[in-house]
Structures are given as C-alpha cells and as structure tokens.
Design a protein around this ligand. Structure first.
Ligand SMILES: Cc1cc2nc3c(=O)[nH]c(=O)nc-3n(C[C@H](O)[C@H](O)[C@H](O)COP(=O)(O)O)c2cc1C
Length: 204
C-alpha cells in the first residue's frame, strides 16, 4: 500500500523525545564511600554480545561527575513499590540530600561488584563506561554490563528469571505506570503450533 502524503487524522510536529514507555531506572554510583542514586529515563540496551547499555545524563547532575570519575554505575530496575523513590530521586540532588536515607533504600555490594546496587530492586546491571558521547543537552554514557545482580526471589528452581510478580514500572510522557496484562510473547505471531497448543489445552 502506498502512503498518502496528506492524512488529516495525523498531526506533524518537529523532532521530539516522545519515545514511550521507558523504564525510569534508579542509577546508583559511589564516590569516597558515599552512594548516590538518580532517576534516568533515557536508557536502553544497545547490544546483546557483549551486553551494552547507555544512560544519558545532563552534565549538571551531581551523579554525572561521579560516573565520569569512577567509570562505573549500576542500573537498578524499578518496581511500582519504588515509584515514590523513583520520583524523589529524580527531583532531588545528592549534592544536598542523602536520597537513600530519605527514601529508605539500602545499598548493597555483594560478591565484589564494582559499584553498590539497591537491595529493593529485582534486577541490577553493573555497568562499566566505554565511551562518553556528547549529544547536546545530554551526554551518553555507553557502557558494558559486566555483571548482573538478581533478587533470588525471582529466580525459579531451574535458574530462570521470572519477573512477572515483581511489578515493573514504566514511564510515559511524565507519568508512571504499572505494566499491564501480557498480550503476547517473543515470536508468537509466527509460531505455527500456537493454535494446536490451544486445542490441546495448554494455557495461553
Ligand atoms: C522520571 C524521570 C526521568 C529522568 N531522566 C533523566 C535522564 O534520563 N537524564 C538526566 O540527566 N536526568 C534525568 N532525570 C532528572 C534527574 O534524575 C534529577 O535531575 C536528579 O535530581 C539528579 O540527581 P543528582 O544531582 O543526585 O545526580 C529524570 C527525572 C525523572 C523524575
């Protein structure tokens, strides 16, 4: 089908940062034994092998200097139970506030991890900065994920990660959301056996 040049039902704007939803992650960093945490929405995975991620920070953030200096940070996935902390850590600075104490968060550093992670987070990615790319308002910290720290409650007896019960949090256009109901899974659209499975009574 050819796209129409004019569509009265669609409005065209200039470039914008309207990608949503994103995970509003809690990023931990540490300098001189003091842990800080800030909220970051501009993040994502950019390679699987090696596992690579990025966070984009404004240079004005207190955490920016710490991560520049130490070259390490942890991305802690947020849950709905952490939504107040997620917001607070995104509107208060570690320059003048101990955000962990204020939010009742606990930093732990098990097994020689390079940087502390949040005990309250189900999954934490320990990241080592590879490149810092200036982009204008933000600088992108491109980093390799060198370790993963997982809350054992979400790992089943076969070692499989099961995050459905953790209540992961999403952020879209200034608002926080709990993830909704599952409506598919990777590859289901082309899996031939799915109809057969349904007939056989396999839960959908
Ligand atoms: C939902 C949300 C997402 C945010 N995303 C980013 C981001 O991607 N990059 C950034 O530099 N600041 C972001 N911020 C703002 C910082 O978290 C905020 O300025 C924080 O106070 C910085 O803390 P610090 O000074 O202790 O480093 C976000 C704030 C919120 C509430």
């Amino acid at each position: 089908m050819m796209p129409q040049e004019q569509s009265p039902a669609r409005v065209q704007w200039g470039g914008s940062a309207l990608l949503a939803p994103v995970p509003p992650v809690l990023v931990t960093c540490c300098a001189d034994g003091r842990v800080n945490v800030l909220t970051v929405g501009w993040t994502g995975i950019c390679a699987t092998h090696p596992p690579m991620t990025y966070i984009s920070l404004r240079p004005s953030r207190f955490s920016y200097g710490i991560i520049r200096e130490t070259g390490v940070f942890a991305v802690n996935l947020p849950t709905t139970g952490l939504v107040r902390a997620v917001d607070f850590c995104g509107v208060r600075s570690g320059r003048d506030t101990d955000k962990l104490a204020a939010c009742g968060l606990h930093a732990v550093q098990p097994g020689g991890l390079a940087v502390p992670v949040l005990e309250e987070s189900p999954v934490s990615l320990i990241c080592r900065v590879q490149q810092v790319i200036p982009l204008g308002s933000h600088e992108m910290f491109l980093a390799e994920i060198e370790a993963t720290s997982v809350d054992g409650r979400y790992v089943d007896s076969k070692g499989k990660l099961n995050l459905q019960q953790s209540g992961l949090l999403a952020y879209a256009h200034g608002e926080y959301f709990a993830l909704g109901r599952k409506c598919g899974e990777f590859g289901f659209s082309v899996r031939k056996s799915s109809a057969k499975k349904k007939k056989r009574g396999v839960p959908g």
